[in-house]
Design a protein around this ligand. Structure first.
Ligand code: HEM
Length: 433
């Protein structure tokens, strides 16, 4: 990168920055921002190129409006291809990507999406009925959000169908969740037998695909409008043709990859925050829908599950008055944008009330779902899911295991509470450690 164009950043080796980025992402982003300002250039093994983080709403808007021809996002997901599939929205760019987005957005609109809320609420109530004593909420929310995807998105019916899919998904996702393993496997892609990591992964994906394609065939045979899959079956392409089985498979996997860990992490953060803010939790119990919505928005602001929306520049681009050269990653830093003291007074404080007072925030300063043509395709679903789960949790007695907040750490692509969002349900007050 030309020196004139290079925003400042830490000189520490990429290895050191990678460790900080993974182990203490919030502290790392805060420190580089305090020291070098906005924008700041970081170097980690996360991306091959240096990454320039922006947080000012004007710069964020410019990034979200970048032409996908020069700033594609699909390339960043290339390592997921062996699982995501060639028609995945995650990997496509340009016209093909927009076409796929239009198809996928249909089930997540208005009434159709709201019809899924009672099923989510029921699954959540069933989950909470098992809670008592010490609960690792991240693990439990991974279980619950997977259950929601199996039942509501894939349309799994009956315990047998759900159990088979659950087991196959868990086996496959373990491989996908480990970024180094996934990158290494994507690089090698040689089948060194069924016992090699790549061989095992391929077998896992094949087994998962066979089960998923079976579900698709059964839902085709007995159509109903009770799942996202059922609505996807109604899609027609520009020539009026219905989707193929492989296309549906890639769509369902994109929703699984996009919607499982991100929702689980956000909900675990919700419990981590609520346990330390009993007044907020008590007010949730009063049942005001506007307050519930404010709690969801505030959790997503103060503890976003994804911290950046990166785009790799294929040609020079002008952002915030600077010309950045081809070959760098530019990122809207979701975490820093939602922590700006000039836009969010007491930005670090968890205060849902702020959403009920004063003017609405600048839309480019509340960006937990990214933005532009790549904005989270499941955002309305994710917010509905969080509302239903937190509504169902309003009657629980939740206390923290330790009084100090849990810090953030990276787990694959999402940021989670480092102790897994541990809380105490019911019972006596926690012992001070
Ligand atoms: C609270 C939970 C969630 C958060 C915080 C979240 C956040 C995000 C973010 C930041 C992006 C990238 C946006 C960008 O690059 O500008 C994204 C993309 C995506 N998300 Fe979500 N997401 C959540 C839940 C979901 C759910 C429940 C689904 C589906 C059921 C989903 C499906 C997707 C898909 C398909 C994409 C790719 C969109 C594209 O490339 O056009 N997400 N999400």
């Amino acid at each position: 990168m030309d020196d004139l164009d290079r925003p400042p950043g830490p000189r520490a080796p990429a290895a050191w920055q990678t460790v900080a980025w993974m182990a203490r992402p919030a502290a790392f982003m805060r420190r580089v921002h305090e020291r070098f300002g906005d924008p700041v250039t970081i170097r980690t093994y996360w991306t091959q190129e240096p990454m320039v983080l922006f947080s000012h709403p004007d710069a964020v808007r410019e990034i979200f409006r970048l032409d996908p021809a020069i700033a594609p996002a699909g390339q960043s997901w290339e390592f997921l291809r062996p699982f995501a599939g060639p028609q995945s929205i995650l990997l496509l760019d340009g016209e093909e990507h927009l076409r796929e987005r239009r198809l996928l957005q249909t089930p997540f609109h208005g009434e159709r999406m709201r019809a899924f809320a009672p099923t989510v609420a029921e699954l959540a109530s069933r989950e909470f009925a098992t809670w008592s004593g010490r609960v690792a909420t991240l693990e439990r929310m991974r279980h619950l959000t997977l259950e929601v995807i199996l039942r509501v998105v894939f349309g799994a019916r009956g315990e047998r169908e759900a159990a088979q899919l659950r087991e196959a998904v868990e086996g496959t996702l373990d491989g996908v969740r480990s970024l180094p393993r996934m990158l290494a496997m994507a690089l090698v892609q040689r089948d060194l037998g069924p016992r090699s990591p790549w061989g095992r992964f391929r077998l896992g994906v094949e087994r998962f695909d066979a089960l998923l394609l079976d579900v698709v065939a059964r839902r085709r045979a007995e159509p109903s409008g009770d799942s996202v899959l059922a609505l996807l079956l109604e899609q027609r392409d520009d020539e009026g043709k219905p989707p193929t089985d492989r296309h549906l498979r890639d769509q369902l996997v994109a929703l699984l990859v996009g919607g499982h860990d991100s929702s689980a992490a956000s909900l675990a953060w919700a419990f981590e925050r609520l346990a330390r803010h009993p007044a907020v939790h008590a007010r949730l119990g009063e049942g005001d829908p506007a307050y519930l919505d404010a709690v969801v928005k505030e959790v997503l602001r103060v503890r976003p599950a994804l911290t950046i929306a990166p785009r790799r520049l294929l040609a020079p681009a002008r952002i915030a008055g600077r010309t950045l050269p081809a070959g760098v990653q530019v990122a809207a830093c979701l975490w820093l944008a939602m922590r700006r003291e000039d836009l969010w007074p007491e930005a670090g404080a968890f205060r849902p009330e702020r959403w009920l007072e004063g003017a609405a925030p600048n839309p480019m300063s509340w960006i937990p779902f990214g933005g532009g043509v790549r904005r989270c395709a499941g955002a309305p679903f994710a917010e509905m899911e969080m509302r239903e789960v937190l509504r169902a949790a309003a009657d629980l007695t939740i206390r923290p295991v330790r009084p100090e907040p849990e810090r953030a750490r990276r787990s694959m692509l999402v940021v989670t509470p480092h102790r897994g969002g541990e809380v105490l349900i019911g019972g006596k007050p926690p012992r001070r450690l």
